[in-house]
Design a protein around this ligand. Structure first.
Ligand code: 5GP
Ligand code: MN
Length: 334
């Protein structure tokens, strides 16, 4: 972050402010972890902070400290809009373009406020007065740790803030396996553990709290897995009917995409999940090695993300979407 920006933010935060903090739509562990970490930090410093999520967060994140204070725009539009209008500062975390908040985009576009962006995705838009954007980081949570440190407030990071930060680092790094996991990531995590963050309990809360029906859904997803060995590619489909038959709840499909990469020799994988309400197929892409799924998602499926993890969507039917995907894959040399 630029030193002038840090100084400007320090003086903005020198007196109590009304602050709204926003994660992206369909928030994941990093989006919720980073917004709640900042929420606790600002609240501790006498600011009136509110986390406003564009839509609801998945159950597997409901144990995060402060999650009960999160406002959900989709189900509380009037109050959320009012809070946003009154905010002196609006932090946007773990995204860098207003279209990532869905319907809330319309409110954000016309808001007369000071935006601060903290994010690790590519190609940031320029709506923010202060932008801390760096794609070399594995998570926004790691950047929030740095942000608090830049402000000279590192000693304010307690076990509650640390728990939120640890959660985002853990989930966005694939449990410390993804390539942008650095020595610094581990040094930060080491400090958090020294503070008392329960590093063995958190993965358990996140990943070992599955329902029986979620495991059955995973079983179906794995049965649906197709492999295109000559293109080092695999993919999974889940139709709305399949989701319904396993009593799908938000969050149940989290992480399933990664199984497609666990087959020997596979470098590119995708999961296609039908959403009949939104009339779209939501897609997640993952790669290992040099293949850039961010570019792939941007070019072909109206999405984006990072080099090895990205998402997108299709308004075609499942069959048409798969046909399109396979056709493009046939032109790739992986
Ligand atoms: P996931 O597949 O876990 O939903 O997302 C993987 C990564 O891609 C995340 O960093 C997420 O923010 C990003 N991403 C997912 N869906 C979209 C999308 O539709 N558009 C853009 N620009 N990024 C996305
Ligand atoms: Mn993230």
């Amino acid at each position: 972050m630029k030193i002038q920006d840090i100084q400007a933010i320090q003086s903005l935060l020198a007196t109590p402010k009304k602050v709204a903090i926003i994660p992206h739509r369909n928030p994941d562990g990093d989006a919720m972890g980073s917004t709640l970490a900042l929420y606790h930090f600002l609240s501790k410093n006498n600011h009136e902070a509110t986390v406003i999520s564009p839509n609801d967060f998945p159950d597997f994140l409901a144990w995060l400290p402060g999650s009960e204070m999160v406002r959900v725009f989709e189900t509380d539009k009037e109050n959320c809009t009012q809070i946003l209008k009154e905010a002196d500062l609006v932090f946007t975390l773990d995204f860098n373009a207003f279209h990532r908040v869905g319907e809330m985009e319309k409110v954000l576009e016309v808001l007369d406020t000071t935006y601060i962006m903290i994010d690790h995705h590519q190609k940031p838009d320029d709506y923010a007065a202060y932008t801390y954007s760096d794609t070399s980081f594995g998570s926004t949570c790691e950047m929030v740790y740095n942000f608090i440190s830049f402000l000279g407030q590192k000693e304010q990071i307690d076990t509650i803030i640390g728990t939120c930060i640890y959660t985002g680092i853990l989930t966005d790094s694939g449990s410390f396996k993804f390539p942008n996991t650095t020595g610094n990531t581990h040094r930060i995590v080491a400090e958090l553990i020294d503070l008392g963050v329960e590093n063995t309990k958190i993965p358990n809360l996140l990943f070992d709290n599955s329902s029986y029906s979620r495991l059955q859904l995973l079983g179906r997803a794995l049965q649906n897995l197709k492999v295109l060995p000559e293109h080092k590619t695999s993919y999974i489909t889940l139709s709305q009917d399949e989701l319904n038959s396993f009593n799908y709840v938000k969050g149940d499909t989290e992480g399933i995409v990664n199984y497609g990469l666990s087959i020997k020799g596979i470098q590119f994988t995708a999961i296609f999940i039908e959403n009949k309400d939104e009339k779209i197929i939501k897609i997640s892409f993952r790669s290992q090695g040099g293949f850039d799924v961010n570019e792939f998602a941007r070019e072909h499926f109206n999405g984006g993300g990072h080099r090895n993890a990205a998402g997108g969507k299709s308004e075609l039917s499942m069959e048409e979407t798969i046909a399109k995907f396979e056709k493009i894959v046939h032109t790739l040399t992986l």
